[in-house]
Design a protein around this ligand. Sequence first.
Ligand SMILES: Cc1ncc(COP(=O)(O)O)c(C=O)c1O
Length: 509
Amino acid sequence: MRTGPGAAILLWMSDREFDARRGASPGAGDRLEALLGLLGAEARRHLGELDSRPVRAPDPTSLVSASGFSGALPDEGNGTLAALEELIEGARVGLVASAGPRFFHLVVGGTTDAALGADWLVSLWDQIAASPLTSPLAVHLEELSIAWLRELFELPPGAGVLTTGGHGANLIGLLAARQWWGERHGRDVSEHGLTGLPPMPVLSSGLVHASAVKALAQLGLGRRAVQRCAADTSGRLDLGALEAALIALEGAPAVLIGNAGDVNTGAFDPLDAMADLAARYGAWLHVDGAFGLFARVSPRTRALAAGAERAQSIASDCHKWLNVPYDCGVAFIEDRRLLLRANKLVADYLPRDLEAPQEGAPRRGAVLSNIALESSRRARGLPVWATLRALGRSGMRDLVERSLDHAARLAAAVDAAPDLERLAPVPLDVVPLNVVCFRAHPPGARKRDLDALNERLAQAILDDGRVFLGVTRFAGRVALRAAFVNHRTRPEDVDLAVAVTRELLAALS
Ligand SMILES: Cc1ncc(COP(=O)(O)O)c(C=O)c1O
């Protein structure tokens, strides 16, 4: 391997030639130093202020429009450093501090230093996590990361693959489920398609996430394939209705979607009971545990996700509670061969590896493009591996439990505030997880005015920018919600969320 200044010259040769043609030719070493200096300064500035800066400017969209990123494609480029300086300067106004400690909307993790560093190396090394031919390192670290995640979540051995996020993981899990279902009907769907088959029965609770529904649409099964067996307007599973639906199928294969962590409230379906039904009626159980699978990391909440280990496929996210940079999710699939049949990528110039052994057998590195959604892939295993290596099991448990504490703190503050009202315990009457759903309900306010009041409050919080709470609907009512997964969040950030909400509510009322 070539190192030292010679390597730098090689690295920058093309840019140097480019600049020489434009009449400006600093030395290659100087250029590399200048680039690292620029990026280092921006990293110091950004990370230094991430904990204290507003989450969002009042109107970032118009700021971005006014930032100078406009006009037609330039005929002449301005060179590497100038372009990057322009990017850094122009980006400042429009950045949303979603990786910061007070972005409570959606379910958004920050980045641990280990993950961030590894992610920088991913771009630096530019590895292709497709096969051992393109990068044995990327393949090995992805497989090791998945094995470690299985250990972290106490899942049995099996296959897995990193994805772009929870949606990608739901798509892969349901793709495997569709292949299984087709084969139960004597059809290899990956070869012959769906034509002539009956609709695939998909049964879930009212908690089923939009991304699983979208995955069903993308798989040609239809958004309407899913039958929601909900007990009430909170979406809670009606187990009796689920069993009745399975009985009505008279032995035809079906797919159950169990939800581990509802985005509105953190609520869980009873996964163990769903696994029992799946076993009894010969159904496939897919679990969407985008963030809820992490309940298994702490003894305080492990029981919530009991039964996930019995699922045939599980979707989870790494850019949420694992705190690796966007984007990264993970799908765990029990049967690797089934996934290979569903997802193989066949061409004369590509490696085959269609008979890869099950986990546990000696391996020479898998062809990940045969099981992943994409062919060419970013080396997402590096930040996942670095996070797990840096934090270990105990560090992950600490990260998860701090989030649990934040949710409990917010729930207690909401309960104590006379003008706020919790809409769902965290979650529904069980052990608190990491999401709190609540709304403003000032004394004397008329019930019919509360939705409009909470809409205005949510907008006021967004415009204020000190914290970012989400707005949603829970059981038909407009609600605010906060999800805690970011390792940067401190108790004072939670207190600020309550203070800002009540201050702005007082101003509105
Ligand atoms: C339960 C659940 N499933 C799936 C997803 C989709 O994940 P992603 O946005 O990473 O694709 C989310 C996102 O919040 C989620 O909460």
